[in-house]
Design a protein around this ligand. Sequence first.
Ligand code: CP
Ligand code: NVA
Length: 302
Amino acid sequence: MTRHFTDIDDLSSDELAAVLNRAADYKEKQRAGIPHPDLERQTMGMLFQKPSTRTRVSFETGMTQLGGHAVFLGENDIQLGHGEPLKDTARALSGYVDAIMARVFEHANVEELARYATVPVINGLTDDAHPCQTLADLLTIREAFGGFEGTSVAWVGDANNVARSLALGCALTGVDLTVATPPEYALDDDVMEQAEALGPAPTVTDDPAEAVAGADVVYTDVWISMGQEDQRDYRLSAFEGFQVNGELLAGSDDARVMHCLPAHRGEEITDEVIENERSLVFEQAENRLHAQKGLLAWLLDE
Ligand code: CP
Ligand code: NVA
C-alpha cells in the first residue's frame, strides 16, 4: 500500500520513532562523510505554489545525498498553473517519479494529490499543516534534551500550520505543549480533538508568560503566514504582547528558543533572542535535511 505523509499523524508513534532514528543515523553518516545512497536512481517531483528556502533546498540536497534526484516544479512552470487539473498532474507525475512533494495553499489539494497519485505524496506545507517541520523540530528537541520524556514546549503567537502539526507531533511523542495565543488565533477544535486522540492534549492559554514559565523550549513563528499578507495591519495589532523577547524569556528557566524560519525579527521575535546561545533555530533548519532523508528512506527504501 502506498503511504503518504500529509500530516504528522499519518505516522504512528512507533513509525515516527523509526523515521527519527533513521534521520539521526543519516545525520551521523553525513557528518562522518560516509556515503548512504539508499535511494539510488529514485526521483522526487517537488511542486511549489509558495516560495521556500529550507524545504526546497533540504529536499533537493537530501535526494542527492541519498543517491537520487529531485525535480523542482514551480506551479507556473508546469501545466498545473495553466489549467491542467491537479488530479491529472498527480497521475501523470506518478508515471515518472518515485515520490511527489507538494507545497500548496489548500490542504485539500495535498489530499487530492494523495488520492490520485500512485507514489507517496509528502506535504511540504499547506495552510493547515507543516509536518516536515515537525519532524525536524522533534529531532531537534530529542537531541537537545536526550529524549522526549519530561520535556515541555511553549508555543507563543499564532496557532498556525506549524503549530497545528507540532501539536499532533507533541501528542504522538508525549511532549508537554502549552499554546499561548490571542483567543481569536487559538488552536482549532479539530486539532485539539485530533491531539487528544493521539496522546496528551495541549494546554491553551492567552497568557504568554504563563506558557513560558517552566518550559524547556519557547517556540514561535511569523504572525503573517504566506497568503495572509492582506491581513498584515490587523494581525500586527492582534499579536501585540506575544513577541518572544528577552523580557518574556526572563520568565522562563533558561528555555531554549525555536523558530521554523523565516523569521520576521522585530515582529514575533527579536534579533537578540535569535542570536542568543539559547537559540536552536539553525540546528532546527539543518535538521530539516536529516529528518526528511529519514522520511524519504522510510517511504521509499524497500
Ligand atoms: N521552515 C520552512 O519551511 O522554511 P521555507 O519556507 O524556507 O521552506
Ligand atoms: N507559518 C509560516 C511558515 C513558513 C515556513 C507560513 O505558512 O508562511
